[in-house]
Design a protein around this ligand. Structure first.
Ligand code: HEM
Length: 220
């Protein structure tokens, strides 16, 4: 999925436009590169890009993306009110709910302990806000790629969650926030981005196990 090249290109372009200091953004990219690859190659995500995507398979991935999005946004909203009240969350949950409704699919509910894990792991701080935004708003960039693919392979599937991600609007603000962090916030920022990626992969692995189990056990 051309991740290395595209991410590297994006880095140099944004740096030219925004004149960002490299240090923190480079660390974020280096520290999360392998985890991003694990995610964009993950069976639950990679199937969104396959030509033979069915509505059932698509709906299953969206059903699992729902708790990921709501839990992360919910925690971020709390942190924003304390550490960056000037920033707006721009939630993607309404678009995801709408897609799921059109697919007649209920969102998946994560067990409480997994939901709570993310807030237990992250230190409340502005650095953490920036690290969370790096992941959530970076995912909007990947969503544009997924939306284009869906438009080509499965134009009848409801895809507001991906098509209305608006990464081009949110990404520059994220880079600005990262650029304005004080040095002492750097480690919270990278730790948060890594923790969010790690948690995301953990949930996606559970989703995949569940999907395999459903196939083997013949639930679907
Ligand atoms: C099939 C799944 C995915 C694909 C194909 C994908 C693809 C991409 C692409 C093409 C970019 C670069 C976009 C650009 O520069 O305009 C990107 C950036 C990014 N994606 Fe993904 N992505 C996927 C899933 C995810 C997920 C699930 C997350 C996080 C939970 C994520 C986080 C990021 C981040 C943080 C960036 C920005 C990296 C940077 O430039 O520093 N992606 N993705």
């Amino acid at each position: 999925m051309l991740m290395t090249t595209k991410r590297a290109c994006a880095a140099s372009n944004w740096h030219k436009e925004c004149n960002l200091s490299h240090e923190l953004l480079t660390a974020l990219r280096e520290n999360t590169h392998a985890m991003h690859q694990a995610l964009d190659h993950h069976p639950m995500m990679a199937r969104l890009l396959q030509p033979e995507l069915t509505a059932t398979t698509y709906a299953n991935t969206l059903a699992w993306l729902h708790p990921l999005q709501t839990v992360l946004e919910g925690h971020l909203a709390k942190l924003l009110s304390t550490y960056a009240s000037h920033l707006e969350l721009a939630s993607r949950v309404a678009a995801l709910n709408d897609d799921l409704e059109r697919l007649n699919t209920q969102p998946y509910q994560l067990p409480d302990d997994i939901q709570l894990e993310i807030q237990r792991t992250l230190t409340p701080s502005l650095g953490t806000v920036a690290g969370m935004l790096y992941v959530l708003n970076g995912a909007r960039l990947g969503s544009a790629h997924i939306a284009r693919r869906l438009q080509y392979t499965s134009p009848d599937l409801p895809s507001r969650y991906f098509a209305e991600a608006n990464g081009e609007i949110h990404w520059p603000y994220t880079l600005k926030l990262i650029d304005h962090l004080e040095n002492y916030e750097y480690s919270d920022c990278t730790s948060a981005a890594e923790a969010v990626f790690r948690w995301y992969i953990k949930v996606m692995n559970s989703a995949q196990q569940d999907a395999v189990c459903q196939t083997v056990c013949g639930y679907t």
